[in-house]
Design a protein around this ligand. Structure first.
Ligand code: 2AM
Ligand code: CA
Length: 255
């Protein structure tokens, strides 16, 4: 049995309130791995809130969140990013979200991605389609020139800078790009067709797990940038697009 999705959405919405009411001050921000990798008091607060509510309701499920000190990947449990798009949150760009994936036997079976600023709740259950609030999502399968392509910059990974720029250049010969700053929302935007596709060379499982299911349930093809299944236990590359755009990018990269 999966978790009660309505209950899960309700809790995530409550967690969104913590972010909406946040009053961020400079001393509540600190850097993690580098000056580009930031965390705030609210990332931790949201994670603690979700962990305690999930443990109350679903005590037999493991909880793993980005802000934990040590990561333990389990086949069955929650994979959580309390704020995806923290840099946007810090600088007041209203584009960030809470991302929660539910795993069974190592597979993502449910996903919820919530942007509290615009009250947009994306959600999916495996085999049941994906939704934005009450509306079913379907990627419109655009050609490359017909919709923008979302790009993740991975500035934390120096090796990815050059291939990222090269792929952007190829895409811009025919289309246009966006760099919105939240991997989870990038995937949801591909699900809905706001973006035709999205790629990033280095991204973590908690950023993509929920969005990956939401995108796939909307007919989006999602793999690594080598055409493999994205692993959920380590940093990975990601390519998500409708079939037409996916084929085009596959051709550019040559996998
Ligand atoms: P975050 O906001 O949860 O930190 C932007 O390109 C994306 O990269 C965001 O989803 C961001 O997630 C993520 N990100 C932040 N730090 C990262 C890191 N050290 N390695 C890989 N991805 C990271
Ligand atoms: Ca985060």
């Amino acid at each position: 049995m999966f978790v009660d999705l309505e209950k899960l959405k309700e809790i995530v919405r409550e967690a969104g309130e913590i972010i909406s009411q946040a009053n961020l001050t400079p001393e509540q921000i600190r850097s993690k791995t580098s000056q580009k990798d930031l965390v705030t008091k609210y990332d931790v607060e949201v994670q603690d809130f979700l962990e305690s509510r999930f443990q109350e309701l679903w005590p037999d499920r493991h909880f793993m969140g980005e802000e934990q000190v040590e990561y333990r990947y389990e086949q069955r449990g929650f994979l959580v990013d309390p704020i995806d798009g923290t840099s946007n949150f810090i600088f007041g760009i209203p584009h960030f979200c809470i991302s929660v994936a539910v795993l069974e036997q190592g597979e993502i079976v449910q996903g919820v991605v919530y942007n509290p600023v615009v009250d947009e709740m994306y959600w999916a259950e495996v085999g049941q389609g994906s939704y934005l609030n009450g509306d079913r999502l379907k990627n419109p399968d655009f050609a490359l020139g017909e919709a923008v392509f979302g790009v993740g910059g991975s500035p934390y990974d120096p090796n990815s800078i050059e291939p990222t720029v090269r792929l952007i250049a190829k895409i811009m010969e025919e289309g246009d790009i966006r760099r919105l700053g939240s991997a989870a929302l990038d995937l949801c935007y591909v699900a809905s067709g706001r973006q035709g596709g999205y790629f990033e060379f280095a991204i973590n499982p908690w950023d993509i797990a929920a969005g990956l299911l939401i995108a796939r349930e909307a007919g989006v093809t999602v793999t690594t940038l080598d055409g493999e299944e994205p692993p959920l236990t380590r940093t990975t590359s990601i390519l998500a697009a409708g079939p037409k755009m996916y084929a085009k990018i596959k051709n550019f990269i040559g996998f």
